[in-house]
Design a binder for this molecule. Structure first.
Ligand code: HMG
Ligand code: MG
Length: 286
């Protein structure tokens, strides 16, 4: 039997949060529908963040409301604080994803607080997740490199990952927010991470700004990491991380993992249809 890998499709959130032209709610919902047809069961559909900070995600309630629950489907939303968690839980969601950083400067730019303050803010989110029986995911942005501080020590990323695990995160995604990591640095951090946490609790989130993402996936596979985030169409990036171009493209990731012998239960033809749609809504014909 082929080994399996899991893809967390973050396109509707990480893909669309950085688009200059705001994508309509109807187009977001159609994209989510197409991704579900393709077989994705882990979908990050939106973020419950401040609409003043990220106007592209201001329709988060409508997007989550429009994404019906289904057996086996994990609808995830990014939340920075208790308020976001409460709003998402009031609608219904299967996973809350909290996000902080291994870099103090990036934490300040992205969520307007220190790393320690962010972890405090996540405590009530973790309590709500436990109370409602929903999964808690945690992101460590700038696990390798920060647009403001340069290289980040692997010990710093690992400390934040450990803190998220202590908080109750079932899964921790180590992110190369600006796509600058190369495979040797991924190798080092993942070696340290699997020494501290179970490999099944870890995911990698690569941006492909400099074309290193697939090499980085291979480095992580070497440490038994089997959960990878990607965005349909390679869209996206973080508005508060200058230089963070597209995420690792889902089509490239799925093709790469299939070539390496992994099964993901996805339909490549349907993924390509979702990709065509994502590129169309990104640059609508006028
Ligand atoms: P703040 O200004 O420090 O906090 O923002 P605040 O409590 O004063 O709130 C500011 C405004 O946001 C207020 O409204 C609040 O009501 C509102 P205003 O008075 O301006 O009208 N507000 C909210 N609205 C909706 N939902 C909420 C919420 N909370 C407060 N949950 C805050 C702090 C965290 C809210 C802000 O900095 C923020 O929203 N930041 C968003 C950052 C973001 O979304 N970044 C992109 C996603 S992270 C990413 O892309 C990285 C990742 O992909 C991994 C990787 O690649 O590295 C995950
Ligand atoms: Mg990202």
């Amino acid at each position: 039997m082929r080994p399996s890998a899991t893809i967390v499709e973050v396109g509707p959130r990480d893909g669309l949060q950085n688009e200059k032209q705001i994508v309509s709610t109807a187009d977001k919902l159609e994209l989510i529908r197409l991704l579900r047809v393709a077989g994705f069961t882990r979908l990050e559909v939106t973020s419950f963040v401040s609409p003043r900070w990220v106007p592209q995600m201001a329709d988060h309630e409508a997007v989550l409301n429009g994404t019906a629950p289904a057996p086996g489907l994990i609808r995830s939303v990014l939340v920075p604080n208790e308020r976001g968690a409460l709003s998402a839980l009031a609608i219904g969601v299967e996973e809350l994803a909290v996000f902080t950083s291994a870099s103090e400067s990036f934490a300040q730019k992205n969520i307007n607080c220190s790393i320690a303050e962010s972890l405090e803010r996540f405590k009530p989110v973790a309590a709500l997740a436990a109370e409602h029986g929903v999964r808690l995911r945690g992101y460590v942005s700038c696990s390798f490199e920060c647009p403001y501080e340069g290289q980040i020590a692997p010990e710093a990323a690992l400390a934040v990952a450990q803190a998220l695990a202590d908080l109750g995160c079932a899964e921790i995604s180590l992110a190369d927010t600006i796509g600058r990591a190369q495979s040797d640095r991924v190798d080092t951090l993942m070696r340290m991470a699997v020494g501290a946490l179970p490999a099944e609790q870890l995911a990698c989130h690569f941006h492909d700004t400099h074309g290193h993402a697939l090499d980085n996936v291979d480095a992580a596979l070497g440490w038994n990491i089997r959960i990878f985030d990607s965005a349909i169409g390679g869209l996206g990036g973080c508005p508060f991380a200058p230089g963070a171009a597209g995420n690792l493209s889902t089509v490239s990731l799925v093709a790469h993992l299939e070539r390496a012998g992994y099964s993901m239960g996805l339909d490549m033809g349907a993924i390509e249809a979702a990709q065509r749609f994502s590129l169309q809504v990104r640059a609508p014909q006028s």
